[in-house]
Design a protein around this ligand. Structure first.
Ligand code: ZN
Length: 470
């Protein structure tokens, strides 16, 4: 996922009780083989292939007993290496709707010369597994595949049909996005009552102790807009005030100074109430006050000092790229900027465009949404049938650790599924460190304990959901 919300500010800490360094069970060894293979299969958009990994997964599923007709491999001719896979484990209930396990197979670029270890070699060191994708998100991909394989092998028949979709393109905006493609072209194949995805999980205090667990419920929509000004230009030795670059600069200053209004979803309201209550300071009090009254300007001013919380409270738009002029000694004929907006759930791309136009207040500045146009983010409900079992398991595995729902200010593939009516939840269970574990960056790693505890946790969670037909 991109730009995962930092929850490090939560003050409550609790020890994680765990049996120390027991030898791996046979099922854990089998899982580890899978995880290693996933990490060592390069799935970057430049030199890797998601299709190759999807085919390996299909082979594993077949060897576990899945039939040809339960597995769909897909790709499009223009992007032969950006394929994916959908697999289906049939449930026994005729009335219960299926559930979907969602994941992306692709990883962010990683250059050997920048890394301490080979990014596409799976290495265990100092309690961590290293390699590109160990954290984002091949541990979870392997958890989904491993669960389906073992369910099949052990003749476990869930009441609910369990579907799995592993796709490519989540990490690269202009690549082929498999989740978007499935939503558009094969909605029946992936149709489900709800989906489980990345984006949630635990966070340590930086010293191995898990201090919070979260479930991601909803996200903002990322949308780029181009701001453009044009001018007849002329010789720079005889300038006038009317100038494409100044005109654009004035518009950008207005975008900088505009603050979108505070909004809340059920998720963010619950987040600010719970996360605020778990800390006993000015910020915590302000978070609780704001959750009760979003119009509390004094509380809002305190909460918005935190840049993550500031973004959780509203749509944001910020200038990210700039281009203009054609020669050192010429008045510019054209200037343009990219403005990257993170749109609050429920708001449309058109409405944000209209706000930008109004805020800029200059008809000479053209504001255009840049493709791809994102769907409106639809916040999934804080459904007790989803939240309840997750909360219960967090209490069992992580006694005393607070459990909060979060809305991501970043983006996942969940937005495409939510657009066709499938609510997506980022699961708790495994955890990361406050520094982000090198996801998207250097020397990516995942704690060994997080991998195996997370796997046990999720195996239980999947079964609870799959056997509840409400
Ligand atoms: Zn990811």
């Amino acid at each position: 996922m991109k730009n995962q919300l930092v929850l490090g500010l939560l003050a409550v800490a609790s020890a994680l009780a765990m049996a120390d360094e027991a030898p791996l069970r046979p099922d854990q060894n089998a899982y580890l083989e899978l995880y290693k293979e996933f990490v060592e299969t390069n799935t970057t958009v430049t030199t890797g292939s998601c299709t190759a990994l999807a085919e390996k997964i299909a082979g594993h599923l077949k060897s576990a007993g899945f039939k040809e007709e339960d597995i769909t491999l897909f790709s499009v001719p223009e992007h032969p290496k950006e394929g994916g896979i959908v697999a289906i484990l049939q449930g026994s209930s005729k009335s219960a709707k299926p559930m979907l396990l969602l994941g992306h197979l692709d990883v962010v670029e990683a250059k050997r010369e920048d890394w301490v270890r080979d990014p596409f070699k799976f290495i265990e060191e100092n309690g961590y597994y290293y390699g590109r994708g160990t954290a984002d998100m091949k541990a979870l991909d392997a958890t989904w595949v491993d669960a389906l394989m073992r369910f099949k092998q052990s003749n476990y028949h869930p009441k609910r049909t369990i579907k799995m979709a592993l796709t490519c393109g989540e990490e690269t905006t202009y690549a082929f996005n498999g989740a978007q493609w499935l939503s558009k072209n094969k909605p029946d194949l992936i149709s489900a009552a709800f989906a489980l995805n990345e984006g949630g999980g635990g966070r340590t205090d930086g010293h191995g102790k898990v201090v919070v667990q979260s479930i991601q419920v909803g996200e903002k929509a990322a949308q780029n807009y181009q701001l453009e000004t044009t001018n007849p230009g002329g010789h720079s030795s005889i300038p006038i005030r009317d100038n494409a670059i100044y005109q654009l600069a004035d518009a950008l200053a207005k975008v900088r100074d505009h603050e979108f209004p505070v909004k809340m979803t059920d998720t963010t309201r619950a987040f600010f109430a719970k996360a605020g209550a778990s800390r006993r300071d000015e910020l915590g009090n302000a978070m609780v006050a704001l959750s009760k009254n979003p119009g509390d300007a004094a509380a809002e001013a305190i909460v918005s000092k935190d840049r993550s919380y500031h973004s959780m409270l509203r749509t944001t738009c910020v200038a990210t790229l700039l281009d203009g002029g054609h020669a050192n000694n010429a008045l510019p004929q054209r200037a343009s900027a990219n403005v990257n907006c993170r749109i609050f759930p429920g708001e449309t791309v058109d409405a944000v465009q209209a706000t930008l136009v109004k805020v800029i207040g200059d008809p000479g500045v053209k504001v255009t949404p840049v493709a791809p146009i994102r769907p409106v983010a639809i916040p999934p409900p804080l459904d007790p049938k989803i939240i309840g079992p997750a909360e219960k398991l967090v209490a069992k595995y992580f006694p005393g650790v607070p459990f909060v729902p979060t809305m991501s200010t970043g983006a996942t593939d969940g937005i495409f599924l939510e657009a066709i009516g499938i609510p997506v939840y980022g699961v708790p269970g495994g955890w990361g460190d406050p520094d982000g574990n090198g996801a998207h960056g250097l020397n990516e790693r995942r704690a060994v304990k997080s991998v195996f505890v997370g796997r046990d946790f999720l195996n239980e969670l999947i079964k609870v959901y799959a056997d509840s037909t409400k």
